[in-house]
Design a protein around this ligand. Structure first.
Ligand SMILES: C[S@@+](CC[C@H](N)C(=O)[O-])C[C@H]1O[C@@H](n2cnc3c(N)ncnc32)[C@H](O)[C@@H]1O
Length: 123
C-alpha cells in the first residue's frame, strides 16, 4: 500500500503537467477521467481527486468556470465496487467543502470489465 502511494506521488508532477496542458488546449465543458484498475481501497479515488484538485486550481488561476467531471472507475468484475460506492457520499461532501458548491458537478461511475491497459489513469 505504501509503495502505491510513493508511485502516485512520483507521477503526480507529470500527471499535473499533462492535465493542465490538455485542459488549457481544449477548455472542455466536460472532462472525463478513466482510472483503469481502480481497485477498492484507500487509493481508489486518489488519482481522480488529484486531477480534480489540479483542474480546480487551474480554473481559479484563469478565472474559468470549472468543467463538469465524469469519472469512470474501471476494474475487474470481482472488484468490490459496493465499497467504492459507499465511500462516495463522504467524497462528495469533502469535495463540496473544499471547492464550494459551484465546483463540478462530478459524476462517478463504476465500470466493471476487463480492459487491455490495466493500471493506467487517462484523460
Ligand atoms: C496494483 S492494483 C492498483 C489499484 C489502484 N489503482 C491503486 O493505486 O491502489 C491493480 C488493479 O488493477 C486491476 N486489474 C488488473 N488487470 C485488469 C484488467 N485487465 N482490467 C481491469 N482491471 C484490472 C486489479 O484488479 C487491481 O485492482
Amino acid at each position: 500500500m505504501h509503495l502505491k502511494r510513493v508511485v502516485i506521488s512520483k507521477v503526480k508532477p507529470t500527471l499535473q503537467k499533462s492535465i493542465i496542458e490538455v485542459y488549457c488546449m481544449l477548455f472542455p465543458e466536460c472532462l472525463r477521467i478513466a482510472d483503469l484498475g481502480c481497485s477498492s481501497g484507500p487509493n481508489t479515488l486518489t488519482v481522480a481527486s488529484k486531477i480534480l484538485d489540479t483542474i480546480d486550481l487551474t480554473c481559479r488561476c484563469l478565472n474559468k468556470k470549472p468543467p463538469v467531471f465524469q469519472v469512470f472507475l474501471n476494474d475487474l468484475p470481482g472488484n468490490d465496487f459496493n465499497t467504492v460506492f459507499q465511500s462516495l457520499p463522504s467524497f462528495y461532501e469533502k469535495l463540496e467543502k473544499q471547492k464550494g458548491a459551484k465546483f463540478g458537478p462530478c459524476f462517478i461511475t463504476g465500470m466493471p470489465g476487463l480492459n487491455s491497459q490495466p493500471y493506467m489513469a487517462e484523460l
